[in-house]
Design a protein around this ligand. Structure first.
Ligand SMILES: [Zn+2]
Length: 173
């Protein structure tokens, strides 16, 4: 559970050091872009998938999530949970995977990710946040990310046409 919660948040922050925002600062923390034009071009190409995907999510009523506004954070969420999953598998090694309350370790990682973004908000607030918050609504921080992960599909034995299996699955990290 902790790998999927604080572990994924730490992973999220780590990716910021290497994304469009981290690319502006060199290893000494000086404001100096260290990406080549080719790096930028390839990054932008992969990110286009996230823009389209998150644009398709409905925040409230007729208001959609803004894929461009939330792009950096969505990319970090997607990379962060993947890093956390890799860390979990690394720690587990070849040890037998013990289920707790009927959930395997990897299933619990995804439950942990779901739990940290639980929220309850009025439609008016959701509408306002969709316009100004560079983070996606909690529901899509969860469903948007796990739908892109074959790891999730495998952990929960989702059929290829299940609603939580995105096609195409977007990935930067
Ligand atoms: Zn972030």
């Amino acid at each position: 559970m902790n790998f999927g919660a604080i572990g994924a948040v730490i992973g999220h922050e780590l990716t910021h050091g290497f994304d469009d925002s981290g690319s502006q600062f060199d290893a000494q923390g000086n404001l100096r872009n260290w990406w080549t034009p080719k790096d930028r071009e390839q990054f932008d190409k992969l990110e286009g998938c996230f823009v389209k995907e998150y644009d398709s999510f409905v925040a409230v009523d007729d208001v959609h999530v803004r894929g461009q506004l939330t792009l950096g954070e969505n990319t970090a969420d997607n990379g962060g949970l993947r890093i956390a999953d890799m860390a979990l598998l690394d720690v587990l090694g070849n040890a037998p995977q013990k289920s707790i309350d009927g959930f395997t370790p990897e299933q619990r990682l995804f439950v942990g990710w779901g739990q940290i973004w639980c929220e309850n908000e009025r439609p008016e607030f959701a509408r306002m946040m969709a316009g100004v918050n560079e983070h996606s609504p909690g529901k899509f921080r969860v469903n948007g990310v796990v739908g892109n992960m074959p790891e999730f599909q495998k952990a929960y034995s989702c059929k290829p046409d299940a609603p939580m299996v995105r096609k195409p699955a977007c990935r930067v990290w």
